[in-house]
Design a protein around this ligand. Structure first.
Ligand SMILES: OC[C@@H]1[C@@H](O)[C@H](O)[C@@H](O)c2nc(-c3ccccc3)cn21
Length: 603
């Protein structure tokens, strides 16, 4: 007789109970241990009963590894896990936060702040479904998405990972969960993990809770708010995620009123698990336990104790797994961490693995390879870009709007640091953790798209920085398109309190805008300082956020095939000394308010 847990027709809870009852302490603690691919080998997995593997941003099998190379790597790990005594499959997690962005050739969608400008929940759901296919194609089972942070201060280095400052918008766009995991049937119990099938991935609502509300936007900082404000602004999206059966939640590095989330029993256990009824598992962030003590990593045994007891179920160690396993084993043997806490954590992990069908389908479905970067997905990304663009200015008076641009003029000048840089266009979390510059993957830069879009008699002159002779003969051009913005960044590296346009973007605009009609396209992960230069001197101004690989979504709108639909998902400040500046504040004096956006018919 096959044991209950191996019986695919047995109820999930019976399979969980049966398997748990067979497990030794090392096997249980192994399930709670997530390690990074650089320290992962088949023997490491089998010897330590490892339950999960991840790759950090930019940790590839090798540069420009194809999706099939990723699948070979992950299936190699999986076969090791399946060879263990109980044959419990690993769950492999990856940061697919705007497409399967670690993997060369994947479709790269706009980052969340651009998606926030679309206000289109169904679009985001479709993005989730497409992303899930490309993630499964590489062998991964789990995407560390959606980030449902509320962007309360754009000085935060992770602004672009947030959909909006407004929790209502974030709640709407948490539909990514249903896209990634599939839509649960209406009778699905709230808070219970769900996964539709092999074309879906486990989702991860992050970072619980209040990650976007830290003081001055300091990454991993302290969110100082009342419980009511925490509930209204930061917790709300998690209710929507739980209602969609989100299977995992990632704890935040940040603190709430001085208490580190990773050691906060009230929030992780009493609120999320008991009051809200979350039945999936909580994963820590990367080396988050080390951050619980000063200096970093000191007294690690105590960090393990307070985080596991607070409610962390799986630890993204991700390198010192021997230390973690040793300390947690010691803590259980001494009774400082109870076996019932261990069993609760392992039950949650096993529940997700059974729900995700990993026991039935542990290896990559190679038939999905063709979905990676496929035309249909790139068209979806292109649609997303179109809907994410926000028109901030169009002509100096509505009498004669500057956009849509005439695509049949004699000659146009395209210039600026971001006009022909796919890496800049995609931003952070693309191929590398912080992002890169240059032709980093398969895609279409804005310059490529402009060349495609203009009439065949129209000459396109491109200069990254306008040359002296160009500046001396601007009358040769009907108009200029200047593309400037932020260079890629991630997390703390992106914390910034000046928020000016880098790489002397202002100078390029100023040099041109006085002399010929100039459209400025801004690539940024957040609002930047626009006055006095850019706003006054530019004939038209488009906020493109971080659009990803499908640059034609921008020319579709700029040349008038489609109208602008984007609405600001975040208040646009005049000066940084106004920050934090959100629409729900009592004094509100933005340059452009939350929800602002012109179109071809607006006055
Ligand atoms: O990539 C895995 C997770 C990701 O899912 C989280 O959203 C994010 O907070 C995060 N930061 C690091 C990370 C931080 C510092 C050094 C190295 C890595 C790793 N990770």
């Amino acid at each position: 007789e096959t044991c209950v847990y191996k019986n695919k027709d047995a109820p999930v809870e019976a399979r969980v109970k049966d398997l748990l009852s067979r497990m030794t302490l090392p096997e249980k603690i192994g399930q709670m241990t997530q390690i990074e691919r650089v320290v992962t080998t088949p023997p490491v997995i089998t010897d330590n009963f490892i339950g999960s593997v991840l790759n950090g941003g930019g940790s590839w099998p090798f540069e420009d590894a194809k999706t099939s190379d990723w699948a070979d790597m992950i299936d190699g790990y999986q076969n090791a896990a399946l060879a263990s005594r109980l044959g419990i499959p690993i769950i492999y997690g990856i940061d697919a936060v705007h497409g399967n962005n670690n993997v060369y050739g994947a479709t790269i969608f706009p980052h969340n702040i651009g998606l926030g400008a679309t206000r289109d929940a169904d679009l985001i759901r479709r993005i989730g479904a497409a992303t899930a296919l490309e993630v499964r194609a590489c062998g991964a089972h789990w995407a560390f998405a959606p980030c449902v942070a509320a962007l309360r201060d754009p000085r935060w280095g992770r602004s672009y990972e947030s959909y909006s400052e407004d929790p209502d918008i974030i709640c709407e766009l948490s539909s990514l969960v249903s896209g990634l995991q599939g839509e649960p049937p209406k009778e699905h119990p709230n808070g219970y993990p769900f996964l539709a099938g092999r074309n879906n991935v486990v989702a991860c609502a992050k970072h619980f809770v209040g990650d976007g509300g830290t003081d001055k936007g300091i990454n991993e900082g302290n969110t100082i708010v009342s419980y009511e404000e925490l509930e209204k602004i930061h917790l709300a999206p998690y209710l929507n995620c739980l209602a969609q059966g989100v299977s995992t939640v990632m704890a935040s590095y940040s603190s709430w009123n001085g208490n580190k989330l990773h050691s906060d029993y009230f929030l992780l256990t009493e609120l999320l698990k008991q009051k809200l009824g979350f039945k999936g598992f909580v994963i820590s962030d990367w080396e988050a336990l080390e951050r619980l003590s000063e200096p970093f990593g000191s007294n690690y045994r105590n960090c393990v104790k307070i985080s596991v007891n607070a409610g962390v179920d799986m630890v993204m160690v991700p390198f010192k797994y021997e230390q973690f396993i040793k300390d947690l084993t010691d803590l259980v043997e001494s009774g400082e961490v109870t076996m019932s806490r261990i069993d609760d954590a392992v039950e949650r992990i096993l529940r997700v693995k059974f729900v995700a069908g990993l026991f039935e389908h542990p290896l990559t479905d190679r038939s999905l390879l063709g979905t990676v970067g496929c035309k249909e997905h790139r068209e979806l990304a292109r649609e997303s870009v179109r809907k994410s663009l926000v028109l901030l200015k169009n002509g100096t008076n509505s009498a004669k709007p500057f956009l849509p641009l005439d695509r049949n003029v004699k000659r146009i000048l395209v210039t600026g640091t971001h006009a022909d840089d796919l890496g800049y266009q995609c931003g952070g979390w693309t191929k590398a953790w912080f992002g890169l510059s240059g032709r980093i993957t398969i895609g279409t830069t804005l310059l490529d798209a402009i060349k495609e879009a203009v009439g065949d008699k129209t000459e396109v002159i491109y200069e990254k920085t306008p040359s002296e002779e160009t500046l001396a003969s601007l009358q040769r051009f009907s108009y200029a398109i200047v593309v400037v913005g932020e260079t890629p960044y991630a997390e703390t590296l992106g914390d910034n309190s000046e928020l000016t346009i880098p790489l002397n973007g202002n100078d390029i605009v100023t040099a041109l805008a006085e002399k010929i009609p100039t459209l400025v396209v801004l690539f940024s992960g957040r609002p930047l300082v626009l006055e006095p230069l850019v706003l006054e001197k530019a004939e038209a101004l488009v906020a493109a956020w971080l659009p990803g690989t499908e640059g034609q979504g921008m020319t579709d709108v700029i040349f008038g095939d489609y109208d602008f639909e984007g609405k600001l998902p975040v208040s646009w400040f005049k000066r940084v000394d106004q920050l934090p500046l959100t629409a729900d504040a009592n004094s509100y004096d933005p340059l452009f308010p939350l929800g602002f956006g012109l179109n071809y018919n607006s006055g």
